[in-house]
Design a protein around this ligand. Structure first.
Ligand SMILES: [Zn+2]
Length: 149
């Protein structure tokens, strides 16, 4: 019997955060996989709510490796890379960075040129061949700051 068998989920448990003793029993890698699935189902917005759930979740979703894996799993779910050349893949199959908007100063997911979405598996906002609003979280901030095309 593995330690995981000690956790007996019941209907009353669904949607409730794990107790500290339950979390200790759940291997970290399994927990990471579950949180990864949550992010892929709900999109990047889930990272924020998971980070606020508890210190344990926060440490997992704050890891660069977790965000990278979530990003590439999402990206691979919206793009059939086999259809494209190696040059194309090298250019656009890249991790995103976190940038601070010049206008509203919020931190946003900066994808630059390439595929954009909210991190929800299989859902894409579009492909952008150029980053017209570089440094801004969205086009509204770009225009409010006095930018024009
Ligand atoms: Zn902004």
């Amino acid at each position: 019997m593995t330690r995981l068998h000690l956790i007996k989920p019941s209907k009353a448990c669904w949607g409730k955060p794990l107790t500290p003793s339950q979390r200790k029993l759940l291997p970290l890698l399994v927990l990471q996989e579950i949180l990864l699935e949550v992010v892929l189902q709900d999109g990047d917005v889930a990272i924020g709510s998971l980070a606020l759930t508890c210190r344990c979740f926060n440490s997992i979703v704050s890891m660069e490796s977790f965000r990278r894996e979530a990003h590439f799993t999402w990206l691979d779910s919206v793009v059939n890379w086999k259809k494209f050349s190696e040059d194309f893949r090298n250019l656009y199959r890249v991790p995103y960075s976190l940038s601070r908007c010049f206008h509203c100063e919020t931190t946003y997911k900066d994808c630059g040129e390439g595929y954009r979405g909210r991190g929800q598996r299989g859902v894409m906002q579009g492909f952008y061949g150029s980053d017209d609003f570089q440094g801004y979280c969205e086009h509204d901030c770009f225009y409010e700051a006095g930018g024009s095309m």
